[in-house]
Design a binder for this molecule. Structure first.
Ligand code: ADP
Ligand code: MG
Length: 267
């Protein structure tokens, strides 16, 4: 199982879009996946079309990371025809905001403790909120890899830098297993000189950490999300192009999982 945090210390750049795109790619490929919705806005939970009401959410799991609580907070995505174990969601909730204010070491490890009790998933995607509070830290502490989402715009470049520094700081303290997977550049418009300039700037600053392909700015993103449909099933303009980009990023995530397993294997 590989655990990927999708993060950026900025709102509205596409964290949830990337989480949903990777979940869509994983579903298309038959990779059993759990999405953990750590953002109190719970957009990933909405996007994944969860029909079943649950009496618990990720907030309850963070307060009490026991098996019973986890089972109560996890529901199948409508994308998988509500069939459990294919693509599941640990439901987001406004109540998780309480956890954002804690910095107690045990609370920081709550999600890691919960994920340690899971079986059956090959991939866990953690959709983080936009600030570096307790929630994002809890997500990063539970993750093997961090994917930073950025837009090709000046403030987003600065936020990507902060996010990578945060990953680095955590790797040297509470999350020794954590490594940056890279920066995915979202809403890229090839014809915009400003976008090309910022992409070049990101590449100068972060070198091979800037992942290809970039994700294009396409109304298919908003349309498929509005229809709570995985982008891999969106046949309208832009759908197949986005699906191919997410497939390629999923490959990288799964390769990272495989190399992690190999590193752990005894001689
Ligand atoms: N590549 C894209 N093309 C078009 N719209 C996008 C793209 N990526 C994100 N959006 C839209 O931008 C908004 C913010 O994206 P979202 O994924 O919710 O950001 P975050 O989770 O970082 O706050 C959403 O309405 C989403 O549909
Ligand atoms: Mg979001």
């Amino acid at each position: 199982m590989v655990v990927l945090a999708v993060s950026s210390l900025k709102g509205g750049v596409g964290k949830t879009t990337v989480t949903l795109g990777l979940a869509s790619a994983a579903l298309a490929r038959g990779v059993p996946t759990l999405v953990v919705d750590l953002d109190p806005q719970a957009d990933a939970t909405t996007g994944l079309d969860v029909a079943a009401r649950r009496d618990a959410t990720v907030a309850d799991v963070l307060a009490n990371p026991r098996r019973g609580e986890i089972a109560r907070a996890v529901a199948p995505s409508g994308w998988a025809g509500d069939q459990p174990g294919v693509l599941d969601v640990m439901l987001g909730s406004e109540a998780s905001v309480d956890h954002d204010h804690t910095s107690r070491p045990r609370a920081m490890r709550a999600l890691a403790t919960a994920l340690g009790k899971l079986a059956g998933y090959d991939l866990v995607l953690v959709d983080c909120p936009p600030s570096l509070g307790g929630l994002t830290r809890t997500g990063l502490v539970a993750s093997d890899r961090a994917l930073v989402v950025s837009e090709p715009a000046i403030f987003s470049v600065a936020a990507a830098d902060r996010a990578l520094r945060a990953v680095d700081a955590l790797r040297r303290s509470d999350a020794p297993q954590l490594q940056p997977l890279g920066i995915v550049v979202n809403r890229f418009r090839e014809r915009s000189p400003e976008h090309r300039y910022r992409l070049e700037e990101l590449t100068t600053l972060f070198g091979p950490l800037v992942l290809r392909p970039t994700l294009p700015d396409r109304s298919a993103v908003q349309q498929s999300q509005g229809a709570t449909t995985p982008v891999h099933r969106w046949t309208g303009h832009g759908g197949p192009e986005l699906a191919a980009a997410f497939d390629s990023h999923l490959d990288r995530v799964l390769r990272a999982g495989a190399s992690r397993r190999q590193a752990r294997r005894p001689d």
